[in-house]
Write a protein that binds this ligand. Structure first.
Ligand code: AMP
Ligand code: MG
Length: 421
């Protein structure tokens, strides 16, 4: 897709959905790699996981109490002889016979001969120990049914059970399940390595004092955090000057990543550097996307590696990454839900949207008495990053919508790590 002559004419631009579709078409899930389960949070398994074991591995007590034969308690209250104690982590050293009870702790193996556990609270154990009496006998106050408070071997997971299917995403519970199967590692799609490069003669990295006319590099750090949040491994390449040679040198300073993300150098005034280089060394499309903030976007390949060129304006870079970079990283991770979750909320103040572009408005979403409310936040300029600091969502104003009034229901993309409480 070439560049339209009239930069501000929405007719010449491609839609957000179009741009996303073209970008995603160029990514696939990365190959499988055995990854330690402590590092595998939110990664996606590449094969079915079949249990080789029973969980729990043996019949055990779900309560602190007494192992009994349920038949003995049919005529409760009934007095039983306490013949042993079994703690979690040890094995009972005797068999339980009629008329007997074995003191048992939660997680301890059920002694042979027992078929139920009566909780301490349903015996006179407390009264006896308070009176200093020996715990050689115990009175059970109620009839206990067979199997009560007994956890069977394999009750949670049984051997040969398919516990996770190919494509399942590992959350905290899934990781715990893998540990209970004695799996120290899991086969998951590799995490994408994402190399991040800022461009601009005026841009200076964190460290030295700024000289007149210079600005601080914030984009690299925002991108690094966003890449990590999306599930990728960020690699910071620093800042390139606005020259082909500087750009080339920086892009070559990293061993083949899975994705390059650049910021700056794609807008009308100065896109030539990124564009020329990508033309010479790779293939790239320069797009004008019907969105705000953002709009200029470069996408292509250099040395066989996909490159996403985002605008330099910090807020435009952030919004563009979230719309295009995040889904690409998630696709490489093998996830199928690529887009941010979307909710409906009531707008608290009027928002206008001239220019026929899809407008992403930073917002704070909160629960109010009548449901969710979205409060627009931050300044208007696309460079105002500080205004995005407390936002937990983006209100999405459709391309054709010029005015949205307070009280109207709007669609809001919820940002990562946000819970609507
Ligand atoms: P550009 O897209 O290169 O024309 O940059 C647009 C605006 O974003 C300019 O005001 C730049 O100074 C600013 N900018 C570019 N790169 C960065 C960066 N890495 N960190 C902060 N601001 C930047
Ligand atoms: Mg620039």
């Amino acid at each position: 897709m070439g560049i339209g002559r009239d930069w501000d004419n929405p007719e010449q631009m491609i839609s957000v959905d179009d741009a996303l579709e073209r970008i995603l078409a160029r990514f696939s899930p990365l190959p499988a790699v055995e990854t330690p389960i402590v590092e595998a949070l939110a990664m996606v398994v590449t094969r079915d996981i079949i249990s080789t074991v029973d969980v729990p591995p043996f019949r055990n007590s779900a309560m602190d109490g007494y192992a009994v034969q349920s038949a003995d308690t049919a005529e409760a209250p009934v007095m039983l002889r306490v013949v042993a104690t079994v703690a979690a982590g040890s094995m009972p050293d005797c068999r339980l016979r009629a008329g007997e009870a074995i003191r048992i702790m939660t997680g301890a193996p059920i002694p042979e001969g027992a078929d139920a556990v009566v909780r301490f609270e349903e015996t006179d154990e407390r009264a006896r120990s308070m009176s200093g009496a020996q715990l050689t006998r115990i009175s059970v106050s109620r009839a206990i049914t067979k199997g009560e408070n007994v956890r069977e071997a394999g009750e949670d997971i049984h051997a040969n059970q398919a516990v996770l299917s190919t494509g399942a995403r590992l959350g905290p519970a899934e990781i715990g399940v893998l540990a209970s199967l004695n799996m120290a590692t899991a086969p998951v799609h590799r995490r994408p390595r994402v190399a991040i490069l800022s461009t601009g003669d005026e841009v200076v990295d964190v460290g030295p004092e700024l000289l007149p006319g210079q600005i601080r590099n914030s984009n690299s750090y925002t991108m690094s955090a966003l890449v990590r949040q999306a599930g990728g491994d960020p690699i910071l390449l620093g800042v390139a000057r606005d020259s082909s040679s500087s750009l080339t040198a920086k892009l070559r300073s990293v061993e083949r990543p899975d994705l390059f993300i650049t910021t700056g150098g794609v807008s009308v005034g100065d896109y030539d550097v990124v564009k020329d280089l990508l033309r010479a060394e790779g293939s790239v499309d320069m797009w004008q996307v019907r969105m705000k903030p953002g709009k200029p976007l470069a996408f292509g390949k250099i040395g066989g590696v996909p490159l996403l060129g985002l605008p330099g304006n910090p807020l435009a870079a952030l919004v563009s990454f979230i719309q295009f970079g995040r889904p690409a990283i998630r696709k490489m991770l093998g996830l199928t839900e690529l887009l941010l979750p979307v909710i409906d909320a009531v707008l608290t103040e009027q928002v206008t949207n001239a220019g026929g572009r899809r407008h992403f408005v930073r917002a704070i979403v909160e629960r109010a008495s009548h449901g969710l409310e979205a409060q627009p936040t931050g300044g208007r300029g696309s460079g105002l990053l500080a205004g995005a600091m407390h936002a937990n969502g983006f209100i999405v104003i459709p391309e054709g919508r010029v005015v949205v009034d307070a009280g109207d229901t709007v669609c809001v993309q919820l940002l990562d790590d946000v819970l609507v409480t």
